[in-house]
Design a protein around this ligand. Structure first.
Ligand code: NAD
Length: 279
């Protein structure tokens, strides 16, 4: 039995984000899916963005509306400017506004450095970094137009960038991915500095190893999981809900004074576990 099977249930406070409108990109799978569901449980209405896999997105919508809030699935490629603009326009039209953006969509195209093609490099930068830039820019325009609505939130808007421990841990064989996440850190901090005076909070969540389709080979055999656990002092591989709950908290007014921060949600992976017995 894994440590999570025996763990007590964690309950998302149902009114924490009541009346807020959230957009989660890449929300038909993994971390985005769990985050969209948790935002709904916290009382937010949720747009579930997807680029492929409409059926999965519709299932997520069904699960969210089960919490008694509104949800809809919008197709858009986050790296395509016109599609992002159209998605945000549609959200404002159908949901009234946006209060929370979770810029989550991301992918990997791994290769040893000398074998990495320009297309592999560019695709990862386009989706992981430019995609977050485009979504953040369009959400910010709406935050600025609407301003603070005190009954809804103390902030005019919240942006949560999905980064990774690889914004600070170099990752051989993944130079495109690690560069995209390093870029997210500086983009997030610069936007946080620029937008804080407008009462827009920009922060990031940096997951460690979470069980999702993006990294299946790292945890789907007993040996792979044992090897992975050597990097995780807390001695369990993360679940999508671990990240979803961090996002809900960060988006809420409980965290209203948190601006420009990266919340590492990694079971201690960034604590240099090799030094626990060496060094
Ligand atoms: P996942 O593959 O399950 O989900 C990624 C989602 O992004 C999918 O829904 C995919 O369709 C979507 N996507 C890809 N390209 C898109 C595009 N152009 N437009 C819109 N959506 C697009 O993987 P995940 O683990 O849930 O990853 C979510 C985020 O978390 C990513 O940014 C990833 O880098 C980050 N992350 C994951 C881990 C982990 O261990 N799983 C660790 C650190 C960071």
């Amino acid at each position: 039995m894994s440590s999570t099977e025996s763990a007590p249930q964690r309950v998302v406070p149902a009114h924490l984000l009541k009346g807020q409108k959230a957009l989660v990109t890449g929300a038909n799978s993994g971390i985005g899916r769990a985050t969209a569901v948790a935002l709904g449980r916290a009382g937010a209405d949720v747009v579930v963005n997807y680029v492929a896999g409409r059926e999965d997105a519709e299932q997520v919508v069904e699960e969210i509306t089960g919490s008694g809030v509104q949800a809809a699935a919008y197709e858009a490629d986050v790296s395509d400017e016109d599609q992002v603009v159209a998605m945000m326009d549609r959200m404002v039209k159908e949901f009234g506004t946006i209060d929370i953006l979770v810029a989550n969509a991301g992918l990997q195209r791994d290769a040893p450095f000398t074998e990495m093609t320009l297309a592999q490099w560019q695709k990862v930068l386009d989706v992981n970094l430019t995609g977050q830039f485009l979504c953040a820019r369009e959400a910010t325009k709406e935050f600025l137009r609407r301003g603070v609505v005190p009954e809804v939130s103390r902030a005019a808007g919240k942006i949560i960038c999905m980064s990774s421990v690889h914004q600070i841990i170099p990752w051989a064989g993944h130079v495109n991915y690690a560069s995209s996440k390093g870029g997210i850190q500086m983009m997030m901090e610069t936007l946080a500095q620029e937008l804080a005076p407008k009462k827009i909070r920009v922060n990031a969540v940096a997951p460690g190893a979470i069980k999702t389709p993006i990294n299946r080979s790292a945890w789907d055999t007993a040996q792979a999981e044992r090897d992975l656990l050597k990097l995780i002092p807390y001695d369990r591989v993360g679940e999508p809900e671990d990240i979803a709950h961090a996002v809900v908290a960060l988006a809420s007014d409980l965290m209203d004074y948190v601006v420009g921060a990266t919340l590492y949600v990694d079971g201690g992976m960034t604590l240099f576990p090799g030094f626990a017995t060496g060094g």
